[in-house]
Ligand binder design. Structure first.
Ligand SMILES: NC(=O)c1ccc[n+]([C@@H]2O[C@H](COP(=O)([O-])OP(=O)(O)OC[C@H]3O[C@@H](n4cnc5c(N)ncnc54)[C@H](O)[C@@H]3O)[C@@H](O)[C@H]2O)c1
Ligand SMILES: [Zn+2]
Ligand SMILES: [Zn+2]
Length: 341
């Protein structure tokens, strides 16, 4: 089969002819129809510091995908040939302390499809253990099924605290921030203010339901948005930029006693105005991955209920043109980029 292989420990990605994956007793062999390029894929493509310390070539990349089951191992009970499926990309051990208390997203021993420990879905076929397979309801189009992984990050973060009637600040209108704006709207937030430095991305945030967008590069401020809305601070903050300036802007504009869900990966040397956190009695919750499986049930319900993710998908390429997809991702002038066979 054809696959995009991270062959060498250097920048790049290579389309190769590789053997079909072996189907284990509890595995499902999936024919991939669409996959999506993630920010993490871009890190591995560029072979940055993070990739060098987490990934071991050679391996097939890709963890955001949808496809059809074409073969199942003899131990598989709940998946049939012909089922339309996607998968949770974190394969957990099921036996560590966290797995046993229902917190698989912080498993001690998890593998990550297409990142470390398990070949991924930038290929014609991928195998996934049945435990990680998610069936897709017929109402949910392939395009959305292919991006459940980052939509799950957005969902896990956005629904970390109650939203109904709350004023929400989202810093970072990347793929995840723009989807989070849609989730906040769906979940009944009152005002949703979204910040970024990129107008194209803020336009997507508006389409997804942002009340006001704030473009710092044009001199717009969170303070200005608060004046327009007549509010004294935000009840919920969703930090989705990983930018220290955005994080400090957030903690400076939260209402006393407010909650922040932190998804963005801040640099370890980020300076923090601790007084704002302490004296305003803020709660900050770190978010990783997707909750297994509550996040998946919540995602399914929002999509079936009419949440439309189409504004975030901006580009599509055939797998053979993967280079164009990675080039556009590198420039940042895009929302989600899909690759199709
Ligand atoms: N914790 C996890 O499990 C997890 C999972 C996926 C992604 N992430 C992280 O979440 C964040 C969002 O992911 P994404 O895929 O949407 O990334 P992204 O790069 O598409 O989005 C980040 C956005 O932040 C914006 N930004 C940069 N500086 C800013 C500033 N000062 N103020 C406002 N906006 C600013 C950028 O222009 C960009 O649009 C990233 O930091 C990513 O690494 C974490
Ligand atoms: Zn991803
Ligand atoms: Zn575990």
């Amino acid at each position: 089969m054809k696959a995009l292989v991270k062959r060498y420990a250097e920048p790049g990605l290579w389309m190769e002819e590789v053997p079909m994956p072996q189907v284990g007793v509890n595995d499902v062999l999936i024919k991939v129809t669409k996959a999506a390029i993630c920010g993490t894929d871009l890190h591995m493509y560029k072979w940055d510091e993070w990739s060098q310390s987490h990934c071991t070539p050679p391996y097939i990349m890709g963890h955001e995908f949808v496809g059809v089951a074409v073969e199942v191992g003899p131990g598989v009970r709940g998946v049939k040939v012909g089922d339309r499926v996607t998968a949770e990309g974190h394969i957990v051990c099921g036996t560590c302390r966290n797995c046993r208390r229902g917190m698989g997203h912080v498993c001690e021993n998890s593998l990550s499809v297409g990142i470390f420990g398990k070949d991924g879905a930038f290929a014609e076929y991928v195998t996934i253990p049945e435990s990680n397979i998610v069936h897709i309801r017929p109402e949910i189009p392939d395009d959305f099924a292919a991006i459940m992984d980052p939509f799950g990050n957005a969902t896990h973060t956005a629904l970390a605290f109650p939203l109904l009637g709350e004023d929400v600040l989202i810093t970072g209108a990347g793929l995840i921030g723009t989807m989070a704006a849609g989730i906040c709207r769906y979940a009944g937030a009152k005002n949703i203010v979204v910040t970024d430095l990129n107008e194209q991305r803020l336009e997507i945030a508006k389409k997804m339901g942002a009340t006001i967008t704030v473009n710092g590069s044009k001199g717009e401020t969170v303070e200005g948005a608060m004046k327009q809305l007549g509010i004294r601070g935000f009840d919920v903050g969703l930090e989705m930029s990983g930018a220290p300036a955005a994080f400090n802007d957030m903690i400076a504009h939260m209402y006393k006693g407010a909650n922040i869900a932190q998804l963005g990966i801040l640099p370890s040397n980020t300076k923090v105005n601790w007084s704002d956190i302490i004296f305003n009695a803020l709660t900050i919750k770190g978010i990783t991955g997707r909750r297994m499986w509550e996040t998946w049930y919540q995602m399914e319900q929002m999509l079936v209920g009419g949440l439309d993710l189409s504004p975030v998908i901006t580009h599509r390429f055939h797998f053979d043109d993967f280079q164009k997809g990675f080039d556009i991702m590198s420039k940042g002038q895009c929302g989600k980029v899909l690759l199709e066979w």
